[in-house]
Design a protein around this ligand. Structure first.
Ligand code: NAD
Length: 512
């Protein structure tokens, strides 16, 4: 069981934020004080008056014992509930505690108009609260995960907590959780069980298989799943109908029926093909994404796009078929070749430029910092993609923002005949597009340089190779976007954290 406990002083917003968080994560919300009062048959002020504070703590322990054994929930705790060691052990063993910290003026402001009776705060509210905060300063500071709530809305705080915990629920296309958790892959079996997923088969590629299938098979076995693995050759050149057909046949040979589950353990190539095979096998079976590249964690595994390539072009055949769960475990990235990690960072920087300046700043610390902080990087970057696709799942509008750097980048990738990796081409494309945005006066001066510096600090190229013919890049941009229309829509950075969609008709101006 992995509950989320919200803790902190009265007035810090545990219930309001807890309800919002529970709603976002599609989990039940529980107020531990309400359970306590229901069990006791009287209110907390009544218990204090009749039997004293120690009795409240007894009821609190009983309530917690009850709550933690119920289904996974977001739980708001009473303001001093974890002062008792026994209670603290109970919550530590059954989930994660987030401390909501607030400055005195914020608490006074909220509590002075509070309609709930709070006899413990009766009298001079400001000085009583001040002495509470003082007495409990050591206790509250002993919590590792903390969010400062002053000046923020409940939605902002809930989102912040979700990023910290790496937990999301998507509902705009299909209903599924996306979880970022270090070593989470060891819990994969349990995660499938609680979601009622059946009869799993693992699809992976031969590179990933060497490092990670034993671990995944072991995790499935813990939850009593019989484990079968299909390992196909690695690489984009195998993302084709022959391989998809091989997957369909293997599903049949392994006795998969309509209730079975395909697990995609690999990069974007494995995710796209497994998702597509699942979308079409017996008119659609469940699939779960366990991405193993940085690019697939922060981008490809989220959003429900599945498919494969034709000799005529990439991703020409496909369908929208959202997974039932995405589990991104950054520990799987430790075996990823450095060049793949760097390539994936181009998408991470892109996500920062689209809507997370703080993520962008983290990226500018360079590759070594990133390597030491992969979990934080994945948690922030995945959140950007989720936010965008939840708003626009079928790419009718803002999802096009994710194309930042890709209109130019994809053309460069093709014209280089894939000598440049996808991420390298996107890095160059992002800088080229940012420079164009500055030239036409929609971007703040210096944004392109900032983006270029950050990409370089990660080991990514930022200049178009001289040997690539410009005319061919321009022609490829037109063909690639399959546009008969004169103008192509670009996502252009306006500043770090904001992009704008702009129709561009003269593509030569973009490259200059
Ligand atoms: N569906 C979408 O929304 C979406 C979005 C972006 C990209 N994509 C697709 O994703 C694909 C690219 O994905 P990718 O960059 O992950 O490439 P990939 O799947 O080819 O993986 C890159 C290489 O890394 C190896 N590898 C993967 N994980 C590893 C690990 N943990 N340890 C060691 N080696 C590992 C793979 O075997 C492969 O050789 C493209 O086909 C692209 O079209 C899809």
């Amino acid at each position: 069981m992995s509950h989320i406990f919200l803790y902190g002083p009265s007035g810090s917003g545990k219930s309001t934020i807890g309800k919002r968080l529970a709603d976002n994560l599609n989990l039940p919300f529980v107020d531990s004080d309400q359970v306590l009062e229901m069990n006791a048959g009287k209110s907390i002020p009544q218990i204090v008056e009749e039997q004293g504070m120690p009795k409240v703590r007894d009821w609190e322990t009983a309530a917690l014992n009850q709550i933690i054994n119920d289904k996974e929930s977001v739980i708001a705790l009473g303001g001093g509930a974890l002062l008792r060691d026994e209670n603290r052990k109970l919550v530590d063993n059954s989930g994660t505690v987030i401390l909501l910290a607030a400055e005195l003026p914020t608490l006074v402001d909220r509590l002075q108009n509070d309609v709930n009776p709070r006899p413990l705060l009766a009298g001079d509210l400001r000085s009583i609260l001040a002495s509470y905060l003082d007495d409990r300063a050591g206790h509250y500071s002993s919590f590792f995960l903390k969010v400062q709530v002053d000046g923020k809305t409940p939605e902002q705080i809930a989102n912040h907590i979700q990023i910290m915990l790496g937990r999301h629920h998507l509902s705009a296309m299909g209903d599924y959780d996306a979880v970022v958790q270090g070593n989470g892959v060891d819990k994969l079996g349990e995660m499938l069980k609680v979601r009622g997923l059946q009869n799993p088969i693992v699809v992976t590629d031969k590179n990933v298989s060497k490092f990670h299938t034993d671990r995944v098979v072991a995790a499935l076995r813990v939850a009593d799943y019989e484990s079968r693995v299909i390992a196909i050759p690695a690489g984009e050149e195998h993302k084709n109908l022959d391989t998809v057909s091989l997957l369909w046949k293997s599903f049949l040979e392994n006795g998969l029926d309509r209730k079975s589950t395909a697990i995609a353990l690999g990069g974007g190539v494995i995710g796209d093909m497994t998702g597509f095979a699942a979308a079409t096998y017996m008119r659609g079976i469940a699939w779960v994404g366990v991405p193993t590249t940085l690019l697939s964690m922060v981008d490809a595994s989220i959003g429900g796009k599945t498919g494969f390539d034709l000799p005529e072009g990439k991703n020409l055949i496909g369908s929208f078929h959202p997974p039932k769960l995405v589990l991104a475990d950054p520990s799987l990235l430790l075996t990823l070749p450095e060049a793949e990690l760097i390539s994936g960072m181009a998408e991470v920087v892109k996500h920062g430029v689209i809507s997370d300046p703080e993520l962008f700043e983290l990226c500018s610390r360079g590759l070594n910092w990133v390597k030491d902080n992969l979990e934080e990087v994945v948690k922030r970057a995945i959140a950007v993609k989720i936010r965008v696709i939840e708003e626009d799942p079928y790419e009718k509008g803002i999802r096009a923002a994710l194309n930042l750097g890709h209109t130019v980048g994809h053309a460069i990738e093709l014209v280089s005949k894939f000598k440049l990796r996808h991420g390298e081409a996107v890095a160059i494309g992002t800088v080229v597009e940012a420079r164009y945005a500055e030239r036409i006066g929609i971007a703040t001066n210096g944004s392109a340089d900032k983006i270029g510096k950050t990409m370089s600090a990660l080991g990514l190229p930022i200049h178009m190779p001289d040997q690539l013919p410009r005319e061919e890049i321009i022609r490829t941009m037109r063909v690639d976007k399959k546009k008969s229309a004169k103008a192509i829509r670009f996502a252009l950075p306006v500043e770090i954290g904001k992009v704008e969609l702009v129709e561009v008709s003269d593509l030569e101006d973009v490259l200059e």
